[in-house]
Design a binder for this molecule. Sequence first.
Ligand code: FES
Length: 106
Amino acid sequence: MAVAQRYDVGSGTEFPEGVIVGKNIGGQDVVFIRRLGKVQCYFDQCTHQPVKLSRCGEATAGKLVCQVHGGTFDLDNSGAVLVDPPMDALKSFVCEETAGQVAVYI
Ligand code: FES
């Protein structure tokens, strides 16, 4: 298993609460979402079909909803499925925010 690499991804101000921010980090398309003050990071793809959550997703009240078929993921439980059709949780990556700077391990 490969060891995750740390990437600095920017100032915390670039990640406002509840806004989906898409970025390419280390060759991976990912989305960042701040929930209750904490930045989270997920692979930028719905687990139902290969559509980008940065384009088709909406973050609301602790949930990330894929607007294509209404698949819903839990932002309070590492991207677990709340509403199908997706069967699998979103792939998540560890984030940290130190002195106003956000980093992710991919
Ligand atoms: S493509 Fe996301 S729910 Fe179907």
